[in-house]
Structure formats: C-alpha cells, structure tokens
Design a protein around this ligand. Structure first.
Ligand code: SF4
Ligand code: SF4
Ligand code: SF4
Ligand code: FES
Length: 947
C-alpha cells in the first residue's frame, strides 16, 4: 500500500465545451478552451514546475517558476495564467527557462531555513521538490542576508502550526480560505520583503475568524502551515480512502497512516460530496478514537447501582442473550426491542434491525432518525414517492435562488456551506427562514437577499404564506404542474393557500415576519431562475414537522423547481448515516427500502431469505418503548451507537423508562449517558476500525474502509452477529460486503449496489437499478417516483406548547460547528478549545429585564424540568427567543424539552419549548445529583462473576 496520489494539475479545470489543440514540447495536446497551459500539459503527463499554483484555487501567477516559451510571443509567460489557444506551440524546457527557474529558486532558498532533514515536511514539501526539479545546486546570494528565518511560530491552533520562517508568500493559503472555504480569514500583510500571511487583524490563528477547516494547511506547499500530528507522528507512508463519520455531508478523506497509526485525515479531491474540502471535525477531530475514556472490554452488572465488571465477550453476549430470552419468556415476545445507529454503517444497521425482527421476533426497532428526520421520510414520500433529498451537492453550482429553512449550514453542514457560499459569491440569491440570524444571513462577501426571522413554531404559516403569494400573484408554473402533478389536488391546494387568512399580511401577527419580506421572497423564489430549498431540523423537529416538509414540497412543485439540476428539495441530514439508517429498515413499520411490514409480498421475500416468519404488525417507536417501559410492559433493549438519554427529549422521562427496564444493552465507544442505566456494555469500534458503507444526505453510498484493527477486538457488525447467534438465530457473514449483497437482493433501490461497483465508481447515489446502473444523482426527472406529484393541504396548527406568564420565552436548540450532537466524540478532542460548555443565547432586551449580564449563570426552566448554564447576551436571537446547544451532558438541555412531537412521526418538538430564564448561582440541584449519579454509575469494579 502507498499514499493515494492525487495529481495536482495546477489550475482548476475549464467547463468549456469548445476544445482546442496545441503543441507542448512537440506533442499534440487537446484541452477545453480556457484551460491553462499548465493544466493542459499536466493532463498530458508533462508537469511544469510550479509553486504558487494548485488546482483547488484559481491561478495567481506570482512565483514565476512555471514560465514557458510560446512561439510568436515575446518573453516567458507564466503557464498557470496563460490559457491554451488553437495552434499554440509551447516549450516548457529550454536552457533559458531552466536558468530563470534556478534563479527564482535561489531567491526562495536564500530566505528559507536550511533544516530540511529535521523539518516535519521533509519528503512532503513542494519547495524541496522544486529545488530538485530545477536542478538547484548552489545559492549565489548566500544565507546571511536579510531574512525571516527567526520569525516566531504561531502554535495557537490546536491542530496546526504556522511557521512564518518557512513561508514563501505564494498566497495559496489565502486563496484557499477565500475560494474553497469562503471564510476570508487570511490576508497578506505588509509589502515586498515584509509580506507575511496574517490571520484576521494580525491575530493568532485561534483568536481569528479562522474556522480550522484545514484548507490553507492542505494548500500550503511548504511546512509553514502543517498539522501538529505530522510533527508528532512523522510523515505518512500509506493512505486509505474512507468517509467522514460525523455529519450527513459525507466528505471523503484519505486516512494517511504511518504503520497502524493515523497521521492525518486529508480531504479526497475525488470525493463527490466534498470535492477535496473538509471541516474541523472530519479533518482534525479524530483523536477520540484513541482517547483514554474508550471502553475496550465488555462489561456486565446486575443492577445499575452496581459497579461494572469486565468480562469476556462470550460472557457478555451470553448474559445479554439469556436476559433477553428470560424477559421474553416472562413478559412476552414484544417486551424487548432495539435501536439502530445513524453513526454506524449501513451493514451494521441492517443487521441490528434483522436481529430485532428475526431473532426477537417483533418489529420493535427504531432509530435516532425518529428524533431528527422522520418527517422528511413521511413528507417527501407522500409528495414525491421517495423518502430522500432530490439532488446531489454538485447541483448547487447551477442554482440561482436558494431558500434555507431551519438549517444552519456553516455550523451543521460546513462543507456544503462552503460550496453554497461559493455559488452565492457568483451571484445566486439567498433567502433564509430562521428565527436566528445565522451566519449565512451575513458572512464575508455573502448577504441574504431576505431573512425571514420567524417565531419558532410558525414554519407552516410562513411557507403557506409564501405559497399564497405564488398562487395569488400568478407565479405558478402551470405547465409543470399540469404535466407532472395531480391537477385536481393542485386546484384544491391552490384554493386553500389563496384564502385571505393564509396571506402574509394575515399571518404576520403569528409569524412575526413582515408581510412585505414574505411577498418579496416568494417572488424571488418563483421567478429568480433555478430555485432550490435546503432544510434541516428546524423544519422537522416540530409538532408540524411533516406538514412543513409537505409545504416545502408544495412550493417546489408549484414553481416547477424539481426534477432537474440546480433545483430540488434537499434535507440536510444530521448524522453521517441517518439516510442509510432509514434506508436500511430501521423504522418499526418499514423493512429496508421503505416497504411496509404489512405488505405480504415484501415480508415473504425477507422470510424466505431469513428463514423465519416475520411479524406483520408495526412495532414500537422509541417514545412508545419508553412509555411501555414506564408502564411495565417493555423490559429489555439493545442500543447500538446511540445515547438516547442525552439526545432524546424530556430526559427525566427517558431515564425513568430506562431505569424501569431489566436489561439495557449499550454498544458504544464510551460509557455514554445511556450506559448509566445499562446492564451490559459491549465496546464498539470506530469508523477507522471497520469496513462498511455510509449513505449521505445526497443518497450517496460511500465506502468506509478499515485503516487499523479494532481496539476492542471486533467490528460492530460482528458483535451483532454473535448476539444473534446467542439468541438462537445464527447469521453468517465473513465480510460486510456479504451483508451489502443481501441488502441488494432484498431492496429494489439498492439492487445494483455491490462493493465491487463501489470500487469502480467510488460512490453510488441510490436508486441503483437496472435502469440506472450507476445510480441517480437527480431524482424525479421526467416524472415523480409515485407517479403524479401530490399537493397536500398544510393547515397551520399552532403547537400545544404555549408561552405564558410562567414560561414567557421560547427555547430553540441547535448545534455548533466544533461539536457534534451529544459531543461524545468531539468533547474528547481538542475541539473543546472552541466550545467547552453549552451556553444560552438571550436577546439584550430579555437579558436586561431579568438583570442578566453576559456570562452570568442562568436557570432555564420549562414545564418538563430545569437546568443551569451560562448566558451569552446577543441579538442573533430575536426578543422572546432563547437558544442553546445540547453537546454537554452536564447541561442536559433536553431536560427542559417536552414530549410534544410531530403528529405523523413522533419526531420530538425540540425546537419549541416555553421557558423562563432567571439568574442563578451555578449548576442546579438536578445537575449536581445527576453528576454524582453519573460518576457512581461509571465505576468499574474488580472482575467478578455476575450470578
Ligand atoms: S483553517 Fe480554513 S478558515 Fe482557517 S485560515 Fe485556513 S482556510 Fe481559513
Ligand atoms: S503559508 Fe504556505 S501557502 Fe501560505 S503563503 Fe506561506 S507558503 Fe504559501
Ligand atoms: S462537513 Fe461533515 S462530513 Fe464533511 S468533514 Fe465536516 S463533519 Fe465530516
Ligand atoms: S505556478 Fe505559475 S506563477 Fe507560480
């Protein structure tokens, strides 16, 4: 194995369809018009020396190393900035060019520390390479002149260093930050000899606007910007392409290794979701995999008040199986169930639901998608016939108007945000529908045309008001609707949205969005060209989550913005494999591919392959399992890779449910909060330690490749397989590829998927069938999957969660860039440098009324519970609205969220909780008690048998 070598062509590719032919060093070369000579030569295998050029960013032309001679032209133009032309004759290797290049390199090296042998980038440095390429043997200027070799290093960033002594001022980092990341954190300060890279206003990196995406580090040709892990571990010697295990963007990375040690994660340019970009989580926050808190040995205990006992795998699995069997014998077949993980692979998720259905013999399986995107599945399958987003991420490059509803891409889906910002800088228009002034509303060189800062809980009213404008002002794409949708249903819907009570003016009092802004935004979306809607949990996690998804689908159909590149309806999925977890049949009513368990033909297909009879009744959802546990009829649960105690709403109810069970089996990396209530702990494996696939928000199935042996000794799918065997239902797989083969046999949309095809195509977007053997980047082209698109009436029904004198404010929740969900992974990395506690954002007006100052401790109280945290006084939130994240167990923001949920799917209403905020002295009694319980529950005692 060696490093996956990606050619750097020096400049980006040209999209021109016109092709020109030229001659380079006597060889005929063809290239699209607009291609640089450098790229055309590189594509033909002729690498012209370069330093300031790299193909992730536009050409700059500063280093003068890439000079060429062109017949009929004077001088020596730079090949990176000179486009190809028909009939052009280029020479790249003449004596004159060689002489100039050596002189250029002499100047660079005369102001460069001569510590190559001890430099962390030795062997991986373009400056070093170019010195060799141009044949530099001597530096006539000596090394004693004025130089920068003593400049001080900036070590402030936890993950990379900046050593100005090694900087050649090629500007690649500055351009990467601008063009790829879109943060504009870097500039070149000073002039001439004094020019230096400067983060922000000459601040240390950590204090600057830098979001630690790593694009500048990747672009830097020297060791000026370099990962600290390379200093610590040495340069990598082999790499393996795999997929990020954090968010639903699904960035592809090269895991660069030294032996079995991970040196760094470098974004993979051929990754179709990220196109060579990354964010701080995937790029740098992988240290949790070797964190000391990881549990590597199985453990059991009889009571949650006992300390844990480390036991063998056989004993732990045998104990769990015997407990499940005992419980089912005592309380009935339906008294146990399980939860699949959106962090685990498709294959692992498929096996867990198979275990529940085939070995437990019931359909009590659910997934954390219940608490995030279940309304997406319901809403989109109702409207279009498929439970998934309609586009690929490349589609955004062809969008003219983007609506973001209830999503915060710069924090939640950062690489997509960078791709979106690039399109906005090119002139696309943006409408943001969000209660908070998220970064996308105004960020360097990007400003939303309209921000509709709605009152939390009024999505349906705002979206219906947008539809009102589109219909009543004659902006409907009637030809599209007549051809593609059910016309009668459309007319019924059009009459509904046209009712005066649904106008922007009539709804303004409820939504708090000025009617004029709603009207203007509706006109822009309907008439501005290709319109695309991207949405997140701010849409789904409401009592009307499914209605909101359908309202979004209505807008797209009414304006004809569906079924081609540049448009569509795009849920931004939260966790890495939440799409996959849903696809794999994790819901209690659906087998893989979203087929209802009551469908006899589908069930029979599974039954004949699995050799068991399957229950035709849907099983329990997570909230129903917890309710049943509290009521005494649900007694055992197998939870793979989820921390429901921290992630699910109404923490006290979750803990009561878990505490009432007799056997809670948790399979995870760490003793998470749910494990405080567990009787069996099965140590899980990280994404670095297993083979499998993840499916991202674009329906893109990508390989996860094992780069090191599992520290716990087993991949997660093996653990599930052994548990099934112990339960008396043996499963036999030697490799996850065999599980994928079974998925493909049983799931029509995956029919053409195999590991072999994934090797050939790198990734595949389902459906992958005989009709679309290479997958489907854009769905519903020429017709909806369900036949005719279905318009649904979206009556706005305010949530039952009401504000009043006791609870006058609305709490809404979300996440931050540097932490991930319940924080189990990111809290165990240096990302805590940016976010080490959850804080409460509160508007200055509300803060002043309560005597709250910035950073004060406050008590956050709702009808469900209370917690304490520090306040941040900011006008990012509107008066009457407060906001927090849920990354830290000591805050347990979900102790205040209620058990109200979406009418169709039970997705909890995290985004609307009536609360009061008052000054406080510190953590609440509940937090103190929970902290003490948690500490006690995590004790690991001496090895002893559990009788
Ligand atoms: S890490 Fe990313 S955000 Fe920070 S300076 Fe580099 S490119 Fe810009
Ligand atoms: S830090 Fe690296 S990329 Fe940036 S100007 Fe210096 S050498 Fe070039
Ligand atoms: S954007 Fe998401 S998938 Fe990409 S690196 Fe960041 S966390 Fe990973
Ligand atoms: S690579 Fe062309 S001028 Fe630097």
């Amino acid at each position: 194995m060696c490093l996956v070598n990606e050619t750097d062509y020096g400049t980006p590719s040209s999209k021109s369809e016109k092709v020109v032919t030229l001659t380079i060093d006597g060889m005929k070369v063809t290239a699209p018009a607009g291609t640089s000579i450098m790229r055309a030569a590189a594509e033909a295998g002729n690498m012209i020396p370069k330093l300031c050029a790299t193909d992730m960013v536009k050409e700059f032309g500063s280093c003068r190393l890439c000079l060429v001679e062109i017949e009929g032209r004077n001088g020596t133009p730079a090949s990176c900035t000179t486009p190809v032309a028909e009939g052009m004759v280029v020479r790249t290797q003449t004596e004159r060019l060689k002489r100039i290049r050596r002189s250029v390199m002499e100047l660079y090296i005369s102001d460069h520390p001569l510590d190559c042998l001890t430099c962390a980038a030795n062997g991986d440095c373009e400056l070093q390479d170019m010195a060799g390429v141009v044949g530099l043997r001597d530096v006539r200027y000596g090394y004693d002149g004025k130089n920068h070799t003593k400049a001080a290093k900036d070590q402030s960033n936890p993950y990379f260093t900046y050593d100005p002594a090694k900087c050649i001022v090629c500007n690649r980092c500055v351009r990467a930050c601008e063009e790829v990341q879109g943060t504009f954190a870097l500039t070149i300060s000073g002039r001439g000899f004094d020019s230096r890279v400067s983060p922000g206003m000459a601040e240390p990196f950590l204090q600057s606007e830098c979001v630690s995406c790593g694009a500048c580090v990747q672009a830097c040709p020297t060791a000026t910007l370099i990962e600290k892990s390379v200093y610590e571990t040495g340069t990598p010697e082999h790499s393996v392409v795999t997929t990020c295990a954090y968010c639903g963007v699904g960035c592809a990375f090269k895991a660069e290794m030294r032996g079995d040690e991970l040196v760094r994660m470098v974004p993979y340019k051929d990754g179709k979701a990220n196109r060579g970009h990354s964010c701080v989580k995937g790029r740098f926050a992988w240290g949790y995999a070797s964190h000391k808190d990881r549990i590597l040995k199985p453990m059991i205990r009889k009571s949650i008040h006992d300390p844990w006992c480390e036991v063998s795998w056989e004993e732990a699995i045998g104990y769990a199986a015997s407990e499940f069997k005992r419980i089912q014998a005592q309380y009935g077949r339906s008294s146990v169930g399980g939860i699949t993980s959106s962090r685990c692979t498709n294959e692992e998720t498929f096996l867990v639901q198979k275990l529940i259905r085939a070995a437990f013999g019931n359909n009590n399986v659910d997934t954390c998608a219940r608490v995030c995107h279940s309304p997406t599945g319901y809403g989109l399958s109702t409207a279009f016939g498929t439970s998934a987003g309609t586009q690929d991420f490349d589609s955004v490059e062809h969008t003219d108007v983007v609506i973001i509803v209830g999503a915060n891409p710069t924090d939640g889906h950062p690489v997509f945000a960078s791709r979106l910002k690039k399109r906005l800088r090119e002139g696309a228009k943006l409408i943001v529908v969000d209660p908070r002034r998220i970064d996308m509303v105004r960020t360097p060189h990007v400003e939303a045309a309209y921000h509709l800062p709605l009152k939390p809980g009024t999505n349906v009213a705002v979206l219906t008001a947008l539809a009102h404008v589109i219909v009543t002002e004659g902006l409907v794409n009637e030809a599209f609707v007549r051809e593609r949708c059910d016309w009668d249903e459309f007319q019924h819907w059009a009459a509904f949205v046209s009712e005066p009570r649904n106008s922007p003016e009539a709804t303004e009092a409820q939504t708090h969005v000025p009617a004029a802004a709603v009207r203007a935004a509706a006109r822009l979306y309907a008439t501005g060209g290709n319109g695309a809607i991207y949405y997140g949990l701010g849409v789904t996690e409401h009592s009307q989550g499914s209605t909101t998804v359908m309202a979004i689908a209505n807008l797209a159909m009414a304006t004809g913005n569906i079924g081609r590149v540049g448009v569509g309806v795009n849920p931004l999925r939260g966790q890495n494999n939440v799409q996959g977890a849903c696809d794999m049949g994790s819901f209690p009513h659906e087998l893989s591919g979203y087929r209802h368990v009551s469908d006899d033909a589908t069930r029979q297909m599974f039954e004949s392959l699995w050799g068991v009879a399957l229950d035709h009744e849907p099983g329990l959802r997570i909230p129903n399992m917890l309710d049943a546990a509290v009521h005494g009829s649900f007694k055992g649960i197998y939870i793979q890779g989820e921390d429901i105690l921290q992630s699910d709403p109404d923490t006290k109810h979750v803990s009561a449910g878990l505490e009432a069970m007799e056997c809670v089996v948790v399979q995870d990396l760490f003793l998470n909060e749910t494990a405080n209530y567990a009787h069996v702990f099965l140590p899980g494996s990280t994404f670095l330690e297993k083979n499998g696939t993840f499916t991202n928000a674009e329906r893109r199935i990508q390989r996860v490749r094992k780069v090191m042996a599992p520290k716990n000794g087993k991949e997660d799918w093996e653990i599930t397989m052994e548990l099934a065997e112990a339960l008396g239902y043996p499963m036999h797989y030697d490799h996850p590829s065999e599980i994928m083969d079974e998925i493909a046999r049983l799931t029509p949309t995956f029919a053409g998927v195999s590991y072999q095809k994934l090797e050939e195509l790198v990734s595949i977007q389902w459906p992958c069938t005989a009709k679309s053997p290479e997958g489907t980047p854009v769905m519903h082209i020429g017709g909806f999957v369900r036949g005719k698109g279905k318009f649904m009436i979206t009556e706005y029904i305010p949530t039952d969660e009401k504000t009043g004198p006791r609870f006058p404010l609305i709490l809404t929740t979300g996440r931050t860039l540097t932490q991930y969900n319940v924080g189990a992974q990111t809290r165990r990395t240096a990302n805590v440098a940016w976010h080490d506690e959850d804080v409460l954002e509160i508007h200055p007006h509300d803060a002043e009324q309560r005597g709250i100052r910035d950073k004060d401790w406050v008590r956050l109280t709702s009808r469900a519970g209370e917690t304490s945290l520090r306040a941040v006084v900011t006008d990012r939130v509107a008066p009457g609205v407060v906001y927090t994240t849920f990354h830290h167990p000591m805050t347990q923001a979900n102790v205040v969220t209620t058990d109200f949920s979406d009418w169709a799917t039970n997705c909890p209403e995290y985004k609307v909780t009536a609360v009061q905020v008052l000054p406080s002295n510190g953590p609440s009694d509940w937090q103190e008690r929970y902290g003490a319980f948690s500490e006690k529950s995590r004790r690991i005692g001496l090895i002893e048998a559990v009788e």
